[in-house]
Every structure is written in C-alpha cells, then in structure tokens.
Design a protein around this ligand. Sequence first.
Ligand code: KG4
Ligand code: ZN
Length: 341
Amino acid sequence: MLLALETSCDETSAAVLRDGVILANVVASQVRLHAEYGGVVPELATREHLRNLLPVVHEALDQAGASIGDLTAVAATRGPGLPAALMAGFTSAQALAFARGLPLYGVHHHEAHLYSPWIGGQPPAAQFDQFEPNVSLIVSGGHTMLVHVRGELDHTVIGSTLDDAAGECFDKVSKLLGLPYPGGPLLDRLAAEGNPAAFEFPRPLLAEPNFDFSFSGLKTSVRYFLEKHPDLADDPQALRDLCASVQAAIVEVLVAKTVRAARQLGVKCVTASGGVSCNSGLRRELELRCAKRGLRLRVAEKRLCTDNAAMIGVLAERQIRAGKAPTPFDEETRPGWSLER
Ligand code: KG4
Ligand code: ZN
C-alpha cells in the first residue's frame, strides 16, 4: 500500500493506493485563503500545508481503512513548484519513510499530470491497460505545455508557454474585469451565456509552425480594450460576451496546437489535464476537433484535473513496477525541475 503526498502549490493532498486502485484521495484546497490576495502567497501556502498535512494524511488513511503500519512505500511531489511548499510535503514524506524504513519516491509534478487522464472507473483506478501513445496538454495556473507521450514513462516536451500560463491569463483577465480570484471558473460560467464572436481578440502564435504558446499579449489586448470601453463590464450581457470572446481566443490556440501536434506526430490519442482542463469551452472544443480528426480524447475527470496526490501515487506505483530505484533520503526537492531531466 502506497501513501502519496502533493504540496507543490496551494492544495495539500494525500492519497492511498493499492495496485493501481485509489483507495483515498483527500484534497485540502487553499483557494479561499489566497483569494483575498488575488493569487497564491507562498509563505501562507507553506504554513497552511504544515497545518493541513497531518489531518489530510489521517483522513486518507481512515478513508482507505488503513493504518501507517500497512504502508509499503511513500511518494511525494519533489518538484517543480513553490520551494517551501514542496519542502513541507517532501520532507514529511522523507521523515515518515525514514522512520518506518519504507522506500521513498520523489515524483515529478508535471509527469504525474500526464497520467491523470488514465485514472477512471469506480473505485477510481489507473487504466494503463487502455494506455496508448498520445499528445498531452497540461494547462493550469502555473504551467501550459504540450508533451509527446510515446509510451509509459517515455515523453518529450514539444512546446510550452513563453510567458504566462493559460490559467494565469484566465485569472488576470478576470481581475481586469473585477471578478474574484481565481477567475477562471467564474469566467467560464459567464462565457457560457455570452457570444464568443462578439469581440475579436488575438490568437497568439496560432499560425506559428511550433507548439509553443504565449498569453501575455492577449491579456494586454483585453486591458487596452477595456481602457477604450471603460463601462463595458457594467453591462451584464457585454461582460458575458467579453468573457466568451476571450475564452474562445485562449481555447482556439490550445486546441488547434494540440490537434496539429497529434496529427504531425502521427498519434491517435489526445489527453488533457490541469485546472484549466475543467474549462467547459476547452472540453467541448477538444471533443469536437478530436472527433473530426478521428482522434481519441481522454480528459482527466474534473476532480483530478486540479492538483491531487492520486496522480502522484499512480505515477509512483508505475515507476516502482518498472523497477525505478527509490529516492535517497539525502536528496532535496527540485523547485525548477524540468520534465526533460
Ligand atoms: O491545476 P490548478 O488547480 O493549479 C495550478 O495552477 O497548478 O489550476 C488552477 C488554474 C487557475 O488559474 C484557475 O483559474 C484555472 O486553473 N481554472 C479554470 C477553470 N477551472 C480552474 N480556468 C478556466 N476555466 C475553468 N473552468
Ligand atoms: Zn499542477
């Protein structure tokens, strides 16, 4: 039985797994705590992780009907992420593994996102029997990247954002519109009743023959647009139209580049994960375009799109099965860990 911890940003999460089955996946989100500051405050996040870690671990063990003595391995996110936040979870995992004489596995956060679309069913379990080579879109507040996943544990980053992440763009545009943090989910809800063709916003790097993204210019063009139309956000329908138009621009770039990558690389499957993959416009457009191109689509279940320890555990179990050596106890976290290393 494996205990996995995730504390790279603003969710404190613990999961208990046995042979690919997720017996528990408890997530304590700090979103409300950071809302009044309009973004994640690293110092507060770390303190909150330290406060939440033990209760979250106890809750996960309770839900799994297990005790510490049942564990055979411990895994934790080693990077990338907020340095002190990572340390809170990884050092706790090290201490537990050391004290119980268990092997410890330090897991790459983005690599774990790659496998979250392969978790499904009831009880939720890793469905690697269905695995096939894919192009994976990881989109969240901290990262936006396209990855060619050739096989299990075998992948190459083919593109990433040159500036802001897609979630950051959703959140910054929402802030310009006076919406509370994190604005992505709210902008999504407003966009659902708006006209995506009402206003024209740039589709950055859409025509470029690469798989990189850039979202800071889009945010700036919304700022200029609002300077020209200062009262627009006061009109509820105009606000909904604006949200729909911005969302359409972000979604179009994400989906077009993902589908293009799949076709160029000759893979038949597209996957998506990360907080922004909860976005209804993105999910709908991915479905439409993948169906049109004969691509199979697997988007992570909504509760597994955002950061969670289940995906960390699923990857750790896979690595253990593949014979990966445990992470030595004197190794540290890797806040800037690239997916290529
Ligand atoms: O994966 P996540 O929980 O945390 C990290 O950033 O690692 O992603 C959070 C991001 C935020 O930027 C949030 O606004 C965005 O995901 N998000 C959404 C939606 N739900 C969450 N963006 C657009 N539409 C949504 N429905
Ligand atoms: Zn993440």
